[in-house]
Design a protein around this ligand. Sequence first.
Ligand code: SF4
Length: 285
Amino acid sequence: MLQQTRVAAVIEHYREFLRRFPTVEKLASAREASVLAVWSGLGYYRRARMLHAAAKVIVREHGGAFPATAQGLLALPGIGRYTSAAIASIAFGEPIAVVDGNVERVLRRVSGKRLAGEELWTAATHLLDAERPGDFNQAMMELGAVVCTPRAPACLTCPVVDLCATRGELSGTAKALPQKKREIHYALNHRNGDGDNGEVFLVQRARDASLMAGMWELPELPSGNGAASPLFTLRHSITVTDYTVRVWRKATPSCVKGKWIQANRLRQVALTGLARKILRKAEVL
Ligand code: SF4
């Protein structure tokens, strides 16, 4: 949940997720649509699907108990080398090093070498404190996140300055990716219906879409289609793109396949984060 976001933005989602799925068995037996609905707004929906798939494997093949080794964890859906090593060392004390973007930067600066690929894992393993691998790994990640930062490493207060070969000289190599800008348009089609707050017309993203597959959103328009002015405009950022989102009140062309959904049922629907934002702003949700 914390991928690319802050704890404050996640905490309510986290609590709600645990309230709905308090055990791995509950998560495993949930419908995917319910899991996505609770995840809605967090982005990176593949993670929710993988978490759900991993819960099923844990229940089916491990009797509901998490594998306690990096090797066992690596076999679960959605868990790669970094995550398996992080869980195994932090939760189970296995002496195994982690390498993420922050650790890579610390390792390169401390060693003074432009390490890459397997060399990074070897260097991290070489430094690892086998007695306290979880603390060591968290300290390395935290050092990179708060002290040895990409552009302004705080070498004067760095706890490993005496061991460091570069003391910041390798900094300045990382440049933030420039944000792209795009304008998109959506149709808000809201009518009085059976529900307390009417109904809204939504479309479902393709099951094989690379992003947010199967989730529900407002129908996209090619442009404002000559209407005088949008109902409202909002900003939305996804990874490296800043979107200007214009929302128009207009009927969806009959060729668009979608569904009228009662506003008071929207909380159970797996909405994209942007759809949720628009519906909140329009006071439908
Ligand atoms: S001394 Fe500076 S460059 Fe070296 S690890 Fe510490 S913060 Fe990073």
